[in-house]
Design a protein around this ligand. Sequence first.
Ligand SMILES: Cc1cc2nc3c(=O)[nH]c(=O)nc-3n(C[C@H](O)[C@H](O)[C@H](O)COP(=O)(O)OP(=O)(O)OC[C@H]3O[C@@H](n4cnc5c(N)ncnc54)[C@H](O)[C@@H]3O)c2cc1C
Length: 383
Amino acid sequence: MLPAEQAQILGSVEAFLAKRLPPAEIRRRDAGHVPPYDLLPEMGELGLFALAVPVAEGGLGADWATVALVQEALGQHAYMAASIFNRVVGFGLASIRAHGTAAQRAEMLPLLMAGRAFCALALTEPQAGSDAAAIRTRATRQAGGWRINGRKTWISDAEGARWLILPARTGPEKEGARGISLFLVPTDAPGIAMTPLPKVGNNCMPSFDIGLQDVALPEEALLGQEGQGFGHLMSTLHYSRASMAATVTGAAEAALRIALDHARTREQFGQPIGRFQAVAHRLVDMRLRVDQSRLMVRHLAQLIDAGAPCRREAAQAKIIATETLRDVADAGMQIMASAGYSAESDMQRLWRDSRLYTFGEGANEVLRDTIAREMGLTARGRA
Ligand SMILES: Cc1cc2nc3c(=O)[nH]c(=O)nc-3n(C[C@H](O)[C@H](O)[C@H](O)COP(=O)(O)OP(=O)(O)OC[C@H]3O[C@@H](n4cnc5c(N)ncnc54)[C@H](O)[C@@H]3O)c2cc1C
């Protein structure tokens, strides 16, 4: 996409954020745990969800580089908007476009692009976190379809979602990752019970424990090939990793700017604290990390746009960006001290939220294993 077109899109994103999520509104939602689902149709009208969808499929046909810029802008302004955007674009649209039948695509793509519905990923189970192939939730065949029993946990935005994309075991447990299939489960299906989970941060992204008891689904609820669900999830992972990397880079930029403003204005010992070399160098190191993270995000976007293999780079970008945000938010808290620790400060929200991303959506230790494999250091295990 041409720089002028990108600037126009970013301009409309910024205008939308300034109008609908001014700083006081972000704080109100965070304090009240109010998710941003009501903003989705407006984001849909702006065309944001259609950006990454080819024109032939009803979308705007933008490149991933443009999507990444939008994600970074959302992450910098309001992570809650970035996280729901990623759920639609980095996960839902990518999965349905890649693996949906013609009927599933015809029903779901227009709704997803319009911001009228979204999908949550229901993968994690109490005994299957990093070892996701150890899931036990089972789908068994019954007349005319499937019956699902099991339990999922830490499923974010499940209550607001229209569908869960739910991996379940359809083969014997000894088949590991090969015996898993994906299902599109309507969240209002009888037999589903959701319990909200209290947590440290990301207040506007509620997470749920989900019980599934004899949930009956039609034949058409299968997404992709039976038994190939784990591979299907892996095949679109670079989109969700690229999405997270771009948005946390935006959030890290926000943390840096808040700390910088504070260091310029807060005076101690008769001068702004930013004049003390210990504080200035800390801010410089934050700048170095955020720019490194941004460059990695842009490089990954180029690979995605070129259709090049990028498993290693997607893992690298997710590690670099999430560890940058964690460290930059922590340094920002140190620079602001009591002003950052105040519940009224935006820094404390970034600091709380930042702690999730180094282990959420694939723990960085497990991603380092992925990179080690790509470097020919270790054999493929279950991790
Ligand atoms: C707020 C929140 C939202 C979430 N949202 C969703 C969601 O929407 N959908 C969903 O399906 N899941 C979701 N999750 C689950 C998330 O993906 C898991 O927390 C994550 O995969 C890690 O699993 P675990 O927490 O069970 O940690 P564990 O897998 O028990 O890991 C614990 C520690 O052991 C380390 N470890 C594990 N295996 C290895 C290994 N092979 N080598 C080295 N170290 C290892 C990990 O890196 C980690 O540090 C969410 C979690 C949270 C907290």
